[in-house]
Design a protein around this ligand. Structure first.
Ligand SMILES: C[S@@+](CC[C@H](N)C(=O)[O-])C[C@H]1O[C@@H](n2cnc3c(N)ncnc32)[C@H](O)[C@@H]1O
Length: 217
């Protein structure tokens, strides 16, 4: 058994189109497997931002195209989303996105002294609304502990959710966190709603947004 975590996602493969399948053949040209690979690229960029669970990657590519001096690391397990992103990277000549095509907790579990990320964004993590599934939610005490390791001091942590009950649990776990504090600043404004934020809004739910910063260690 490779994973020591409960899955925080619903499906990994899903339906894959011919184009996505074709794009996925060149995944190794666009992906990173460990934190050291990101570290080596940092001198070429001003900042580094991690987006966890990028879905169809619209938000990730929008920010990358408009901020060429920032290195964006995107993490997703959903293969069709990764296939779509690779197609867009090729079509639009995007050179500042690297993909971690697996559970982000594997990457964040690495022990590295150097701090990498100026910002981490998690937009609509899977809500797991049933109480018996709450333990599968990504944002919890263990996750905050592992994520803080690779973030710089005062790095921004942005989270949004359209599930009130998840919003409350995010607030609670971050209030008790020794690693993060509330912040008024955000790293790069979100210009529009993502697919899941829009779906939540269309279904009458409020979008809750949180900005925290990593405490100085
Ligand atoms: C509800 S969707 C939101 C997608 C996108 N952020 C949006 O707002 O449209 C959550 C995404 O997070 C991904 N995800 C869940 N757990 C993950 C993990 N541990 N590592 C990487 N991605 C994960 C899922 O595969 C899914 O695509």
């Amino acid at each position: 058994m490779r994973l020591k975590f409960l899955p925080s996602f619903v499906k990994r493969r899903g339906r894959i189109t011919k184009n996505q399948e074709e794009n996925l053949k060149s995944i190794s040209d666009y992906s990173i497997n460990n934190l050291n690979q990101i570290l080596k690229e940092l001198p070429n960029f001003s900042y580094c931002c991690l987006e966890i669970g990028f879905g169809n990657a619209e938000h990730l590519q929008f920010q990358a195209v408009n901020n060429r001096d920032i290195l964006f690391v995107g993490s997703e397990v959903y293969m069709s989303g990764i296939g779509t992103l690779i197609g867009n990277i090729k079509d639009k000549n995007i050179s500042n996105i690297r993909i971690f095509p697996d559970d982000i907790r594997i990457l964040l579990d690495e022990k590295l002294q150097d701090k990498i990320f100026d910002a981490v964004k998690i937009i609509c993590p899977d809500p797991w609304p049933k109480e018996r599934h709450h333990k599968r939610r990504l944002i919890n005490k263990d996750f905050l502990k592992s994520i803080h390791n690779s973030m710089k001091d005062q790095a921004n942590l942005y989270i949004s959710t359209d599930w009130e009950n998840y919003a409350q649990s995010i607030k609670d776990v971050l209030k008790d966190s020794q690693y993060f504090e509330l912040s008024k600043r955000t790293f790069l404004k979100k210009e529009y709603l993502t697919k899941f934020e829009q779906r939540g809004k269309d279904e009458g739910r409020e979008i809750f947004e949180f900005n925290y910063q990593k405490k100085n260690q």
